[in-house]
Write a new protein. Structure first.
Length: 204
């Protein structure tokens, strides 16, 4: 765990709470058994069902961009193995996470519960629809890439909120930051190129 946090700090992650979370969460508990030896390498790992666990640097960079505080309510689209959910849970008050693959949703929920992350709520469902009954959210993170940010998610972002997402086609994706002003105006900013699995609706 130390090697991961030290490496990402060298790559420019400066937020002390993000670094603490990266130290605290046992990444090897969120990867398949055949990938445990690679758990702390700075690269994405296959977790089955066409999904991956993002490389540690990307997890840290996206978490830092969200500028999380302990009072924030967070929506995560793409639970995957639950690793990013655990990082968010270390930094925020509560995390609502949606996963389109039922097996991953159930597995992640068990892993998170086993490690005491009682402030994470996992739902199997369509991330394009968000979680309307728990909206609005102070922060939203997508860990799979739509071609455009789903309008429902912009609608569920609180005024003054922040959304971070990979957006674009599989061959041309950018990490973007969406800020919603106190008056509800939406501003977008491109951060850097990324490569994520595509975001799919639940009926695909």
């Amino acid at each position: 765990m130390m090697l991961t946090a030290e490496h990402i700090e060298q790559r420019g992650i400066r937020n002390s709470e993000v670094l603490r979370a990266m130290h605290s969460v046992p990444r090897h508990e969120f990867v398949p058994p055949n990938s445990i030896e690679s758990a702390y390498e700075d690269r994405p790992l296959d977790i089955g069902y066409g999904a991956t666990i993002s490389q540690p640097y990307i997890v840290a960079a996206m978490s830092q961009l969200l500028e999380l505080s302990k009072h924030h309510r967070v929506l995560e689209i793409g639970t995957g193995s639950g690793y990013q959910s655990a990082i968010l849970a270390e930094l925020a008050a509560v995390v609502y996470s949606i996963e389109v693959v039922r097996q991953l949703a159930e597995s992640a929920a068990r892993t998170l519960k086993r490690h005491g992350y009682d402030n994470v709520h996992v739902r199997w469902g369509d991330g394009y629809l968000g979680w309307p009954e728990e909206a609005p959210f102070d922060r939203i993170m997508l860990t799979a890439a739509p071609t455009e940010v789903p309008p429902a998610l912009i609608g569920q972002l609180a005024n003054g909120g922040r959304l971070v997402a990979p957006v674009g086609s599989p061959s041309n994706q950018q990490l973007i930051e969406v800020l919603k002003s106190r008056e509800g105006r939406v501003h977008r900013r491109i951060i850097f190129p990324v490569s994520f699995v595509p975001m799919v609706p639940s009926h695909s």
